[in-house]
Write a protein that binds this ligand. Structure first.
Ligand code: 13P
Length: 249
């Protein structure tokens, strides 16, 4: 079994087109020899400019959300076809910020993931517990339920096109990282859940990232763990040098 590590930057609501161009121009040469898959997930307004700059490089483009409908009266939303047209390869779905601030549920995460897959976009499905859930011993139950909900009705053959990101909500943007052992243990629970829903082989193959204050200092320890296949990086993806250090670790 060998899973290619995948490091993805999640820019969130950062970077104008001008800033996108500056950041990617600096980043491209710094990660050109990366031994892992490299993705940058940019805001919608930057996707066209980013696609142009990333053409012919080893960096894949990602978006930060996608709507489940093909088209129609959904003001402010973006469809999978619209992303495909911009050469987007990956799309984050179910980020905890979407769940917290925009009413995202396991059901809508599932619908968005299916829409992405139907257009050959690779969803990065995010799961993770809140601080109070962790403190009351509910971490495993929460991530299991999120995984079951997100994967409902998704066939086994699609698993190779999906990445999971385990992001404990209390570790996002707080400077607090889960210990490498804790992250690895919860990711092992996620893998077991996939094995139960599908089969052992599929669970061994699916890539699961850790996210939450991952940076150049803690990446080596996290990546040394057997279940952690990469990272979904917020703050540290906004500086080319910081992000490249994580990629090249
Ligand atoms: P930080 O790396 O800023 O904690 O953000 C993690 C995250 O939410 C990535 O999706």
């Amino acid at each position: 079994m060998s899973r290619t590590p995948i490091i993805a930057g999640n820019w969130k609501m950062n970077n104008t087109i001008k800033e996108t161009k500056a950041l990617l121009t600096e980043l491209i040469p710094l990660v050109k020899d990366a031994a892992c898959d490299v993705v940058v997930c940019a805001p919608y307004t930057s996707l066209a400019a980013a696609a142009k700059l990333l053409r012919g490089t080893n960096i894949k483009l990602g978006a930060e959300n996608v709507h489940w409908a093909e088209k129609g009266a959904f003001t402010g939303e973006i469809s999978a076809d619209m992303l495909k047209e911009l050469k987007v390869a990956y799309v984050i779905v179910g980020h905890s910020e979407r769940r917290q601030y925009f009413g995202e549920t396991d059901e809508t995460v599932n619908m968005r993931a299916k829409a992405a897959l139907s257009r050959k976009l690779k969803p990065i499905i995010c799961v993770g517990e809140l601080l109070e859930e962790r403190e009351s011993g509910k971490t495993e139950a929460v991530v299991k339920a999120q995984i079951k909900g997100a994967f409902a009705g998704i066939p086994t053959r699609q698993l190779k096109n999906i990445v999971i990101a385990y992001e404990p909500v209390w570790a996002i943007g707080t400077g607090k990282t889960a210990t490498a052992d804790d992250a690895d243990n919860t990711i092992a629970v996620i893998r077991k859940t996939i094995a139960k829903l599908y089969n052992k082989g599929a669970a061994e193959e699916i890539r699961i990232q850790y996210g939450g204050s991952m940076n150049a200092k803690n990446v080596a320890e996290l990546m040394a763990k057997p279940n952690i296949d990469g990272g979904l990086i917020g703050g540290a993806s906004l500086k080319a040098e910081d992000f490249s250090k994580i990629v090249n670790n």
